[in-house]
Design a protein around this ligand. Structure first.
Ligand code: GDP
Ligand code: MG
Length: 716
């Protein structure tokens, strides 16, 4: 270890937080007063020795922020940027934590090596303020040491931590700094990328001027400052060659964000910082005597109340669901009938007997496929509308707060709750809803297990099977059991994923409590539209391709005409399906299905269920040649009862249960696969989800069937 090394340590903090008192404690009489860099702001320097290390300690002027509004702020900031002290001690007044931590957030943005001195610990004790040091330390990625400057308490501990950070032995710095939400992060990324690029294009050591060159070492911080319209930074950068293109981008970003939020980016960024700090304080301060009475606090008193929080949350969720699924049913119905009409019209005007394959491709493949995508659109837009409002008003952060305890136990993030709940309606909007999660691991875990929330389409399968095999209270029991099994498997899978693939790096849950605000119409609509458009674009093309594939599988190869001549139209449909690739695949995979108690007929219907879960019922109807003559009329219901009788005659209740179990867990439908591919960015995740769930379903269903058969449960 390098003994006798000198560390430069800067004391940084709000006015009156006790910097000078700590400085005196540390340096005793070894100090000198000077003016910093030609301006009349006093800085003090002193020397301190401890454990064979030498510390050059600098007492910086007190500031509340690192913006450029006062000379103190600029001096402090320039010192940190250009002199690059080895360690910064952020002196905070523990009795005023919420105000003091605002500076701490900005120090964190600047990514300086930092130790937080939680000063005035004596005063905190007196007021009954307790702070969870560990959580505070995690949230800011810096060690926290309680100190009492006036009585020299905590100085050794403070210096120990300074040494740890200074020598790089402190390992907690990899914590992600705060995020400013998708819109701002995207703009920040663009700006910092430009800075990064132009830095790389500079020839080595020939950066344009000393000051800007050091500045450019922190592109993200610079980007934040530029969005905040920081005049000091603007002046620095104006001297460099990158300014022209950069200023154009910055102005564009500012304008865009301004139109989105109805406020300038500076205000929004400041609000985000306050939100972060409020969240941290909320989670680390116990027995708080610091009650700031602003309106957000007052609203929070009710919305995050121990007793009222959950019921209010339940009402909010109910309203969201009502909006998405009840209101959404109307446009969904219009679109469905519109598509039905379109297909019918096309069939009408089609010259009879000509180009029949093309006709079938257009009506059963393309129109049905595109229809399948567009039909979800109203629900998805409404869901995104609801989510945008929940997010932009600031309620989402509170909902996550309320649900976090429970979700954490499951291995998920508090914010996962809403997408998971949406999954009971339909997995597609649920998976799209995981966009509220910032962390990729949280998103992937949620996305992967989400299809286990039994969706509305699967309900049609249960409604077919349960009445066929179960009656009275047993019917309800089986229904509950299916839903509960889905949830349990999801919990197990999430925990498993968390302890294997997505292990270790679980970032501490920093709850951000942004102030409540009324969202602008434009921001909400834009949020909603951007997400919906992404769905249409990507999922749409994939679903279209898969629909055509499914169409081909069930329509080819065609049986010979003379074979069909002797059959009624019902039998034709059955024979056609048997003869098709899907029917053949059903037969081929029969050996794999056998252990679960399924025959090839069920297998063929399962292939249909991949296209859309509700197709299982109609495919089953076709294999048992119960298909209605004209699929465009409402007679579909009429086939359900005879089909149930057929099921009852051919299968045992155990098999019935196994079908439901398998459909619950296995093969998310192709819309889900497409949207998982789209949202995870990789086919491999979609395939992992697809085969993973199918494998789990196979194992579980086989187990249930074999055990059930052995114990003669529901076998007759
Ligand atoms: P600065 O503005 O950050 O340099 O703060 P000072 O060091 O001048 O301290 C401001 C006031 O807080 C002074 O009256 C100090 O005596 C007092 N003070 C500093 N540290 C402590 C502490 O740990 N406990 C208590 N009770 N008072 C302190
Ligand atoms: Mg002072």
């Amino acid at each position: 270890m390098e003994k006798h090394k000198t560390f430069t340590v800067a004391l940084c903090g709000n006015p009156n937080s006790g910097k000078t008192t700590l400085f005196n404690s540390l340096t005793g009489s070894h100090q000198r007063v000077g003016n910093y860099g030609g301006v009349t702001v006093e800085t003090k320097e002193g020397i301190c020795r401890y454990n064979n290390y030498r510390f050059r300690i600098v007492d910086l002027p007190g500031t509340y922020s690192l913006s450029a509004y006062s000379i103190e702020e600029i001096v402090t900031r320039d010192y940190l940027l250009h002199e690059k002290p080895d360690v910064v001690i952020n002196v905070t007044d523990g009795t005023n934590l919420e105000r003091n931590l605002y500076l701490t957030v900005q120090l964190r943005e600047l990514a300086v090596p930092m130790v937080i001195a939680l000063n005035m610990a004596d005063e905190m004790d007196k007021r009954g303020l307790q702070v969870n040091l560990e959580v505070l330390s995690q949230d800011f990625g810096a060690p926290v040491v309680p100190t009492v400057g006036t009585r020299d308490l905590g100085m050794k501990e403070l210096l120990d931590k300074v040494i740890e950070v200074g020598t790089g032995r402190w390992s907690g710095h990899d914590n992600p700094p705060i995020r400013y939400g998708d819109a701002i992060e995207t703009e920040l990324q663009k700006i910092s990328q430009m800075i990064e690029d132009s830095r790389n294009s500079l020839p080595n050591g020939q950066a344009a001027g000393a000051k800007p060159a050091t500045l450019i070492d922190s592109p993200k911080w610079l980007a934040i400052k530029l969005l905040e319209n920081d005049q000091n930074i603007v002046q620095h950068l104006q001297q460099t060659h990158l300014w022209d293109s950069l200023s154009e981008q910055v102005q564009y970003s500012q304008k865009y964000l301004n139109s989105l939020f109805g406020e300038d980016p500076e205000t929004i960024i400041a609000e985000q910082r306050y939100g972060f700090v409020r969240g941290v304080c909320r989670s680390v301060i116990r027995l708080t005597a610091e009650v700031r009475a602003n309106y957000s606090d007052k609203i929070d008193l009710i919305l995050t109340n121990r007793l009222l929080g959950l019921p209010i949350f339940a009402v909010m969720m109910y309203l969201t669901f009502w909006l998405v699924f009840t209101v959404g049913e109307y446009p969904m119905g219009w679109i469905e009938s519109g598509i039905g009409h379109l297909a019918a019209r096309l069939n009408e005007v089609w010259p009879a007997g000509q180009w029949q394959t093309l006709q079938s491709l257009l009506t059963d493949g393309v129109i049905a496929g595109v229809g399948g995508v567009i039909v979800f659109l109203p629900n998805i837009m409404l869901l995104f509308l609801a989510l945008a409002m929940l997010e932009d008003t600031g309620y989402m952060a509170r909902a996550a707060f309320i649900m976090d305890r429970m979700m954490k136990w499951v291995g998920l993030h508090g914010k996962s709750f809403i997408p998971m709940l949406t999954g009971f309606g339909c997995s597609v909007p649920g998976i799209l809803g995981t966009r509220v999660l910032d962390n990729q691991r949280d998103r992937l875990t949620t996305m992967l297990v989400l299809p286990l929330m039994s969706c509305g389409a699967r309900l049609t399968i249960y409604m077919l099977i349960i009445p066929a095999f179960f009656s009275g209270p047993r019917a309800a029991l089986v229904m509950y059991a299916i839903y509960i099994i889905g949830i349990l498997v999801a919990v197990l899978c999430a925990r498993l994923l968390r302890s294997t693939l997505f292990q270790g790096e679980t970032s501490p849950f920093v709850l951000e409590l942004p102030p409540y605000r009324i969202p602008t119409f434009k921001a909400v609509v834009l949020h909603m539209w951007q997400r919906s458009w992404a769905y249409l674009q990507k999922a749409g093309t994939i679903i279209l391709l898969m629909s055509i594939l499914m169409w081909a599988l069930t329509s080819f190869p065609k049986p010979s005409a003379d074979k069909l001549a002797s059959l009624t139209s019902r039998q034709t449909a059955e024979y056609q399906l048997q003869h098709s690739f899907a029917g053949r695949i059903g037969r081929t995979i029969e050996p794999v299905l056998k252990p679960m108690g399924f025959d090839w007929k069920i297998g063929t219907a399962l292939i249909g269920a991949f296209a859309a879960k509700e197709l299982f019922v109609s495919q089953m109807g076709i294999v048992y040649s119960l298909a209605e003559e004209n699929p465009d009329t409402d007679q579909a219901q009429d086939t359900t009862e005879p089909l149930r009788r057929q099921l009852k005659a051919n299968y045992s209740p155990l098999t019935g249960f196994c079908i439901m179990l398998f459909c619950l867990i296995a093969t998310p439908c192709m819309a889900t696969v497409a949207v998982t591919r789209r949202e995870s960015g990789k086919w491999s995740w979609a395939m992992f989800q697809f085969w993973g769930l199918t494998l789990i379903a196979w194992i579980l269903t086989t187990l249930v069937f074999q055990l059930g058969s052995l114990l003669r449960l529901g076998t007759s």
